[in-house]
Design a protein around this ligand. Structure first.
Ligand SMILES: Nc1nc2c([nH]c(=O)n2[C@H]2C[C@H](O)[C@@H](COP(=O)(O)OP(=O)(O)OP(=O)(O)O)O2)c(=O)[nH]1
Length: 159
């Protein structure tokens, strides 16, 4: 009935310790030094994720470094350049688990050039107060919820 379980039993799933797909995302803040807002992005595709909110970013290409990929994705998707701050550390080297085969590393960031626009993959961007109530009002991709919580707690603790 559940094909994921079956594929795991058949040995076709990627090893748990080494997700096949590395994704990178940016927690874009209004200010790295004194953050009060986060830029959330609403996905327009695929159908299963459309309407859900996420950290802008995407998949790292073969041979590409994670931070280089993140700068590329932010230029393509939002038309901006950013300064990266600290990484929001996840539970593994690959960052935060997204599903059985992908994990995402997330960096704090601040816009240094351009105004974010939903050029690709998103149909809305929103600056959201970095409070639990405001953040949790958005329907995030479920896998992002622990990241949003960690981010909010990190900011509340003064980074
Ligand atoms: N960018 C991003 N992707 C996320 C987040 N949370 C989450 O589960 N994902 C998933 C959705 C996708 O399955 C995958 C990232 O794929 P993507 O479609 O953004 O990557 P991409 O821009 O490189 O797109 P493509 O070249 O494969 O079309 O990670 C998130 O916060 N940000």
């Amino acid at each position: 009935m559940h094909s994921q379980e079956n594929s795991s039993q058949a040995g076709t799933a990627a090893p748990r310790s080494s997700p096949g797909v590395q994704v990178v995302g940016a927690a874009i803040l209004d200010s790295l030094a004194r953050p009060s807002k986060l830029l959330a992005a609403r996905r327009s595709a695929p159908e299963a994720l459309a309407g859900l909110w996420e950290f802008p970013g995407g998949k790292v290409k073969p041979g590409e470094g994670c931070t280089k990929a993140l700068h590329r994705e932010l230029a393509e998707e939002l038309g901006i350049r950013v300064e990266l701050g600290a990484e929001v550390p996840g539970p593994s080297e690959q960052g935060w688990p997204l599903n059985r085969t992908a994990a995402m590393r997330v960096w704090l960031a601040e816009v240094t050039d351009g105004t974010p626009e939903p050029l690709e993959d998103h149909d809305e961007l929103r600056w959201v107060d970095l409070t639990e109530n405001a953040l949790m009002e958005l329907p995030w991709i479920p896998a992002d919820l622990p990241i949003v919580t960690a981010l909010q707690q990190t900011v509340a603790a003064g980074l």
